[in-house]
Design a protein. Structure first.
Length: 377
């Protein structure tokens, strides 16, 4: 690091998808931190009154600054010249890294929650131990029941489950090929793409017994990447001569194109439907600049869309937070000169992901005082 960083406190949970993202980043960068359960009394006493909701991860810096959200934690340290910067230098890779970050941290939530809660009978002891560790008596049962009840709202139904599982098997096969040739998504060090993927691919799919068994049997290179992302530094012993650079010349290898095509198939049309919903909602309600996106801090969804996942009708919640992630891709594309914009747009079209980059508009989503707010242009 360009400056000495003292110990941070990371409030989170071992089985939390989004805590896993922050933990992986801090370990990779060699940033000292101490992880504390969100069940610790200090969280309720000192953190929750400030962030206004019970959510993890939350980082407390040595100076007392509170940073909530795995993406914000990453961006906080990216401004401090970390050991391994997480945003690729070139525009196509940078945009795709953001899109993969969204795919991992948002779209794969459906897969993660399905494999955790639809297979509850097979892994109940494991999950009960995780949810009860450090929690007051009776809390684990309540939390587990609540989490399981979210499945229909995430599009996990009897009709969609076969497609969700087919998607997971295909994802493992695609990633296994890529990680046989490259230690990370875009080359020799993790990007925000890797951090987006590690959330579900560790906390649920690489840790819970049922899906982790599938990963180990079918995709050992993916499981090894999960280990790599959890270790200090880069842990790329299988690639002794690879180096730490990004893949040169903004190139996208064929193994990565296969992932991008899979993403396009699985993210769209759902993302397109959600973006259209947000346009209509903002047009109708005309929120003011700085207005909270929902009536209560803990409410992330403002509505639901009836959409499709691999041709199966599903219902999905719409969280304005999706724009908080994807606006980074929009900004990169908008800032390019005409020649580069055309090159990048053509490349995105070829892999089916140009529609995943929201068009510049009169509104976006930011964060103020730890709460998502509308930003008006």
């Amino acid at each position: 690091m360009a400056e000495e960083i003292k110990e941070q406190i990371l409030y989170g949970l071992p089985h939390s998808l989004y805590t896993g993202i922050a933990r992986s980043y801090l370990r990779t960068q060699g940033i000292p931190f101490r992880e504390v359960s969100s069940h610790h009394p200090d969280f309720a006493r000192h953190i929750k009154p400030i962030i206004q909701r019970s959510i993890v991860p939350v980082l407390v810096t040595p100076a007392g600054e509170i940073i909530q959200d795995s993406l914000d934690i990453i961006d906080h340290f990216e401004q401090k010249q970390p050991r391994y910067p997480a945003y690729p230098d070139t525009p196509l890779q940078r945009i795709l890294a953001v899109l993969i970050q969204y795919y991992g941290s948002q779209s794969l939530l459906r897969h993660a929650m399905h494999y955790r809660w639809s297979y509850l009978e097979q892994q109940q002891n494991f999950l009960y131990d995780a949810f009860s560790n450090g929690a007051p008596p009776g809390v684990a049962e309540t939390l587990m029941q609540r989490m399981q009840s979210y499945l229909p709202g995430l599009g996990v139904t009897a009709d969609s489950i076969p497609q969700i599982e087919a998607s997971y098997h295909e994802l493992l096969a695609v990633l296994n090929r890529h990680f046989s040739e490259h230690p990370f998504v875009f080359g020799g060090r993790p990007s925000v793409a890797d951090y987006g993927l590690i959330g579900p691919l560790f906390a649920h799919l690489g840790r819970d017994p049922a899906p982790a068994g599938v990963m180990k049997r079918e995709a050992p290179r993916v499981y090894r990447w999960v280990e790599r992302m959890l270790a200090p530094g880069l842990d790329a012993v299988e690639f002794p001569d690879y180096g730490t650079a990004w893949i040169a010349e903004d190139a996208i290898p064929e193994t990565l194109k296969a992932l991008l095509h899979l993403m396009a198939r699985d993210m769209l049309p759902e993302l397109t439907d959600k973006l259209a919903y947000l346009d209509a909602w903002v047009s109708e309600h005309q929120p003011a600049d700085g207005e909270a996106v929902s009536a209560k801090p803990h409410q992330r969804m403002i509505g639901q869309v009836h959409t499709h996942f691999r041709g199966v009708p599903v219902t999905a919640g719409v969280e304005p937070y999706l724009l908080y992630i994807l606006r980074r891709a929009t900004a990169v594309l908008a800032d390019l000169n005409e020649t580069d914009r055309q090159r990048v747009s053509t490349a995105l079209t070829q892999v089916g992901l140009l529609e995943a980059v929201p068009q510049p508009s009169s509104y976006s989503v930011g964060r103020r005082n730890h709460i998502e707010v509308w930003e008006r242009q």
